[in-house]
Design a protein around this ligand. Structure first.
Ligand code: PBG
Length: 324
């Protein structure tokens, strides 16, 4: 009784009633985090040419978006800021009056969404690197001080999770120690661990004006050809105190997600980055792709590969449109 014609796998595909019942992988809205851009120089929400259908927000104007996200049942928001003025040390990254701390303070008591703050220097430094750029490379250990200060500033302003994304050696430990010392031992670290030097970040850099002025990020972001190194990065970040680790970008690195899922017990996150979003959005606008079918297919692939948490610019649209 184990072969055709007794076995017909199509029986359970016969109609939506059956298919719904036996679906193995779902995308709960509560597993989604929407990345959000806050900008101290704009007075009202402003469209982003590099990321069609998305906006940048004044720091104190996020409440309407947060309410929509709550209504949709999303898990949280990931905040990205930029300074009024960039400087060599990226001091804007830990300015209490900066965009991200202001946004966090304005939201914290008004929402039950999880608030995550990206911790990096690239949007704040004149050189556009994720740490301090000197003679053609990033000064690793000195840059950790800036990252740690930024993390503590965001924790104080109300961030639940701090997400160091600079790919500097020791960044998780530096952030963990600084948080503990400052009295924030209870705040979690979402480590951008397997973050490759990817072409898919370009729309984001356009929005943040954070492209390196000289050189590129391959001296600190990973070579996307190195899966074993990616597993080492994740293991090391766990030892340094990461509570969750992330694979980024998503679709080009589904294998890393699946391998990490088998190997590690902690929660895994995946970031469907700006270029992945733009690729689908532009194809949809051009009429080459039906988003209502393509977006759930990709989000489901992330879950199937092992992601607990999905960071996606599609998070809100996918739920509001009923795509997932
Ligand atoms: C900051 C950071 C970047 C992204 C997330 N955090 C840019 C980069 O590494 O250049 C990319 C996110 C995206 O493309 O959506 N280092």
């Amino acid at each position: 009784m184990s072969r055709f014609p007794a076995v017909r796998l199509r029986r359970l595909r016969a109609n939506e009633r059956s298919r719904r019942m036996v679906r193995e992988t779902r995308v709960p809205p509560s597993s989604l985090i929407l990345p959000v851009f806050v900008d101290p120089t704009v007075r009202r929400p402003q469209g982003l040419p590099a990321l069609p259908a998305l906006t940048r927000h004044p720091p104190e104007a996020l409440l309407p978006l947060a309410r929509r996200a709550e209504r949709a049942g999303l898990g949280g928001l990931l905040l990205f800021g930029r300074p009024r003025r960039k400087d060599p040390e990226g001091t804007g990254a830990w300015d209490e009056a900066g965009a991200v701390p202001r946004a966090l303070r304005s939201l914290r008591s008004r929402t039950r969404l999880l608030l995550v703050a990206d911790v990096c220097l690239c949007a704040y430094t004149t050189d556009g690197h994720c740490g301090y750029w000197k003679e053609g490379e990033v000064e690793n250990d000195r840059s950790l001080v800036g990252l740690a200060r930024a993390a503590v500033t965001y924790a104080r302003a109300g961030a639940d999770w701090l997400a160091p994304s600079a790919m500097l050696d020791g960044q998780v430990r530096a952030v963990r120690e600084a948080l503990d010392l400052a009295g924030y031992a209870g705040r979690a670290i979402l480590a951008y661990s397997a973050k490759s030097a990817s072409a898919f970040y370009d729309p984001f850099r356009d929005v943040e004006d954070s492209s390196p002025r000289q050189g590129d990020r391959r001296g600190y972001q990973m070579d996307y050809g190195n899966p074993r190194e990616a597993l080492r990065e994740m293991a090391l970040d766990m030892e340094e105190g990461a509570d969750l680790v992330m694979v980024k970008p998503g679709l080009p690195q589904l294998d890393l997600l699946a391998r990490a899922r088998e190997r590690f017990p902690l929660p895994l996150a995946v970031y469907q980055v700006s270029g992945e979003y733009a690729m689908m959005k532009d194809a949809a606008v051009a009429g080459h792709l039906d988003e209502s079918r393509a977006v759930p297919e990709v989000l489901t692939a992330f879950r199937r590969a092992g992601a607990d948490v999905i960071l996606s610019y599609y998070a809100l649209e996918a739920v509001e449109q009923g795509w997932i």
